[in-house]
Design a protein around this ligand. Structure first.
Ligand SMILES: Cc1cc2nc3c(=O)[nH]c(=O)nc-3n(C[C@H](O)[C@H](O)[C@H](O)COP(=O)(O)OP(=O)(O)OC[C@H]3O[C@@H](n4cnc5c(N)ncnc54)[C@H](O)[C@@H]3O)c2cc1C
Length: 380
């Protein structure tokens, strides 16, 4: 058994870390404060080769799911808001294209993402959250076009996306069998961005409605076979759980680093906080939880690399544990900082806010537990 990164992976991690230390981390608090998406920085990420790290070489990509996980962890450690834009663009938004798209879809869309295009994944609706199959956005065929009607809510990257992968039903009475997957380009007639959400965290990345109002797209924009959209959506979500685990891990690592540094510096009762056993125990718990989350996350990434896709149980375990561990780690980090941790003068309150969504999106913790239990018990 080998738990270590290869030399190549270590070099890649160092390169991403250096990039994040100079280009992302110094600006993360400002982006959080102003809710601004850093387009220029995202362009520099693409120029540095970070946007191709798990796509097939045939389409200009390099690396694999492990390198993607390394990049996603490091970027999220520096700015989880930029991290979500990155991992949805390369992961969740693109899995339907990579896993089910035609040759034409892949050769058209993958190079665009490698070049810095931003992608959104439009699945959730007002009445279809955890219960994905309840979606109501409709599609129908008109000659060489499909016409989409409906509204998606809570869509990450909605305002910035150059194109979106999305899902609609031909006939709601068909249940999950009526759902198909599509790719819709920004600027398509009848496609617009609606209400922007004011969120607790991840401020640089937009979350908004996607509105399809008689939106006409060529029939060639259907991804995979007609009626397979539910499966395509779930497979994409399964795969992308590993990247959410890595995002949670990155946030937890940032909170832990900040807490360790502060504990060594801040003095009370004539000595550093680090000398107090109460603080030492918190630091020990944080270190242990991060290690356990890292092992589960990279095991899932390694399985995705070696088996071609992340097994649902291992991906769900990684996402469940890493996100809840990040919750506990960020909670303790604020505690180590005391009152200062509650202010915006220090980054731990941002980590605390940014972390929370990792327990909710791409399947809540309850849905992860359900997935794991179904695999373990063999129930439906
Ligand atoms: C910031 C943000 C970004 C997002 N980005 C995207 C995106 O890019 N694309 C996209 O499509 N969606 C996105 N979402 C939507 C997100 O995936 C959903 O919010 C999430 O899946 C939960 O759905 P819901 O909010 O409708 O909650 P609900 O499904 O209403 O759940 C509410 C509560 O009930 C529990 N619950 C529901 N069903 C069960 C069950 N069967 N068993 C046990 N407990 C259950 C849930 O765990 C939760 O605690 C985003 C949401 C947010 C807030």
């Amino acid at each position: 058994m080998d738990f270590a990164f290869t030399e190549e992976q270590k070099m890649f991690q160092t390169m991403v870390r250096d990039f994040c230390a100079s280009e992302i981390e110094p600006y993360a608090a400002e982006w959080d404060e102003t809710d601004k998406f850093p387009h220029e920085t995202y362009r520099r990420m693409a120029d540095a080769g970070l946007c191709g790290v798990h796509f097939p070489e045939k389409y200009g990509g390099s690396g694999d799911e492990v390198t993607f996980t390394i990049a996603s962890e490091e970027i999220s450690r520096a700015s989880a808001g930029l991290g979500v834009a990155y991992l949805v663009s390369l992961g969740l938004g693109m899995y339907p294209v990579v896993m089910h798209g035609s040759e034409q879809h892949k050769s058209h869309y993958i190079p665009r993402v490698i070049d810095g295009s931003i992608v959104a994944f439009g699945l959730t609706e007002a009445m279809a959250g955890s219960d994905v199959a309840a979606l109501e956005t409709k599609y129908g065929r008109q000659g060489d076009y499909y016409v989409l009607n409906g509204t998606k809510i809570f869509i990450s990257n909605a305002a910035e996306a150059d194109f979106v992968t999305t899902f609609a039903t031909r006939d709601k009475s068909l249940g999950y069998r009526g759902i198909s997957a599509f790719v819709v380009d920004k600027g398509a007639k009848g496609f617009s961005v609606g209400k922007m959400e004011k969120k607790m965290g991840l401020h640089p990345a937009s979350v908004a409605e996607l509105i399809f109002d008689d939106c006409k797209i060529p029939v060639a924009n259907m991804l995979g076979e007609e009626g397979r959209g539910f499966k395509i959506a779930l497979e994409g979500i399964d795969a992308s759980r590993v990247s959410i685990a890595s995002q949670a891990l990155g946030i937890a690592q940032a909170a832990y680093d900040a807490a360790v540094a502060y504990a060594k510096e801040r003095k009370q009762f004539g000595a550093e906080l680090a000398r107090l056993q109460a603080i030492q125990w918190m630091i020990a718990d944080m270190a242990t939880e991060i290690d356990a989350a890292r092992l589960l996350t990279y095991r899932a990434a390694w399985l995705a690399k070696t088996e071609g896709r992340a097994p649902p149980k291992e991906a769900a375990m990684a996402k469940l544990f890493a996100s809840e561990a990040a919750h506990r780690v960020c909670h303790k980090a604020v505690q180590v900082f005391g009152g200062y941790g509650y202010t915006r003068d220090f980054p731990v309150e941002r980590y605390y806010r940014d972390q929370r969504i990792t327990e909710i999106y791409e399947g809540t913790s309850e849905m992860q537990r359900w997935t794991i239990a179904r695999q373990v018990l063999g129930t439906k």
